[in-house]
Design a protein. Structure first.
Ligand SMILES: C[S@@+](CC[C@H](N)C(=O)[O-])C[C@H]1O[C@@H](n2cnc3c(N)ncnc32)[C@H](O)[C@@H]1O
Length: 458
């Protein structure tokens, strides 16, 4: 039976419909309340809820057991450590307990954004997916390619890839191998390379899952990949997602990148999000603390912040990169939209719209939040703030800063919760300024428009 026979189009449609209604449109893992009670397969495979065996078609149940996605216990189907999600009709399996030291195969917001970039690039011919993880991007590439090879250092990635391939029927020939791309020699024979390598800055001595660890500046593997692509691969194109520290507008890697690549290739970097380093560091510290019995999240956050301050890094940027080898030498960096700018003080001009109308506009703004926001307890922070819109308006209008309001809103005192609350209040302030309910009065930057900028070669 094909993958369609296993889960059917309704599985992907249920997840995608629920995601479309969710504030975070890049969320791979939906909460239980977003899934209709009758959707037995989604409840079992996506949410990890045990279901009566009768809730699932018997042939599907058999395949679920065969693929290791669940097991039978008397008259129930019990969820396994693999969870299944869908994105734009592509299905993939990742570890349910990622980040807690139990499973290494991660599907996060970055995976969905990367898969979107691969779908948009529509690679043809033979494709190599470096750091394939769950295989989501490989399955996306297989929509247009005729052969896809996934490569990952983790044996569990090959297992996940096999399950993902079984879940996606009728695609190109897909297989995966365990291997370190640093050992790749000449990479002849591929038409396209796609990669989403670990890019979290993790200082030496701080434990972190392989799927995220990018070394002290986050660029250890990313630089190595650029070097390999430029010097050893003959593939026409490279599509990748990368993260990187930097200043408020520019990731540090952008200038370097041009220096790696041969003169005639086209390089397009679109930075779709940037968050203050504190946000990234608080997430990193929280994850590292689960693997480090000596130090807690607060202590690790402080250490990470100190190291970033020493290097002058204020922001963490997430970008999509497309390289075409035989182009016209175009080098373009589209910097991040002005999402996380924290202004200082405002004057109120008078409340002139309904709370509901304002809440809708705030909701639309919050959908643009970067991946990291959703990892910092973003939804809780949103609910808290939306319940207090009028008070936030009054306080902002009387000169309270976004940080002051955030700390009065958030009853939790972890760096993660505080970072999320600051981002929400600054997004709300931005909407109120746009609606002319507030006028910025102190420390206001000139509005930053999404623009194009040439890349210097290093
Ligand atoms: C950020 S995850 C991305 C996974 C998947 N491509 C996605 O987008 O969801 C990075 C993946 O790269 C793998 N990886 C890390 N170092 C690697 C290396 N040197 N060679 C091959 N794979 C590597 C990790 O095991 C992990 O699965």
């Amino acid at each position: 039976m094909t993958g369609t026979g296993l889960v059917g189009a309704a599985f992907a449609a249920t997840i995608e419909l629920a995601r479309a209604r969710h504030l975070n449109v890049w969320e791979p893992w939906l909460p239980a309340e977003a899934v209709p009670p009758g959707a037995g397969l989604v409840r079992l495979l996506h949410l990890g809820v045990d279901v009566p065996a009768g809730a699932v078609d018997p042939a599907q149940a058999e395949l679920i057991v065969q693929l290791g996605l669940g097991r039978r216990e008397s008259d129930r189907l019990v969820a396994a450590s693999w969870a299944v999600t869908a994105f734009r009709g592509v299905l993939a399996a990742g570890h349910r307990e990622y980040g807690s030291g139990v499973g290494d195969i991660h599907i996060g917001e970055d995976s969905l954004r990367f898969a979107a970039a691969v779908l948009a690039a529509a690679p043809r011919g033979r494709v190599l997916d470096i750091g394939c993880g769950s295989g989501l991007a490989s399955m996306a590439a297989a929509r247009t390619a005729h052969q896809v090879l996934g490569l990952d250092v983790l044996p569990a990635a090959v297992e996940a890839f096999g399950i993902s391939a079984a879940l996606n029927p009728g695609l190109a020939d897909c297989r995966a191998e365990v291997g370190d791309f640093l050992d790749l020699g000449r990479g002849d024979g591929y038409d396209a390379v796609v990669a989403n390598l670990p890019g979290v800055p993790v200082p030496d001595g701080v434990p972190y899952p392989t799927a995220g660890d990018g070394g002290p500046d986050g660029l250890r593997l990313i630089r190595a990949l650029w070097r390999w692509y430029a010097g050893m691969s003959t593939a026409d194109s490279l599509v990748m997602r990368f993260q990187c520290p930097g200043g408020p507008r520019t990731p540090i890697a952008v200038a370097e990148l041009a220096g790696f690549m041969p003169p005639g290739c086209d390089i397009l970097v679109v930075t779709d999000s940037a968050v203050p380093m504190l946000v990234r560091n608080a997430i990193t510290a929280t994850r590292a603390a689960t693997l480090d019995s000596q130090r807690g999240a607060e202590e690790l956050t402080e250490e990470l912040q100190r190291r970033c301050a020493e290097r002058g890094w204020t922001h963490y940027h997430c970008s999509t990169l497309r390289i075409r080898r035989n182009g016209s030498g175009m080098r373009v960096h589209v910097p991040t939209p002005d999402l996380v700018d924290v202004r200082r003080s405002y004057r109120g001009t008078g409340w002139s719209m309904s709370v509901e109308e304002l809440a809708l506009k705030v909701g639309a703004e919050l959908r643009r939040m970067p991946d990291e926001f959703w990892s910092v307890a973003g939804l809780n922070a949103i609910q808290d703030a939306l319940a207090h819109l009028e008070r936030i308006y009054t306080d902002l209008g009387h000169g309270a800063t976004e940080r002051q309001i955030a700390s009065s809103l958030s009853d939790a005192s972890t760096p993660l919760d505080q970072a999320a609350a600051v981002l929400v209040v600054s997004a709300i302030a931005r909407v109120m300024v746009r609606m002319s309910l507030l006028v910025p009065v102190v420390g206001v930057d000139a509005p930053v428009t999404e623009g194009r900028r040439g890349m210097g070669s290093a």
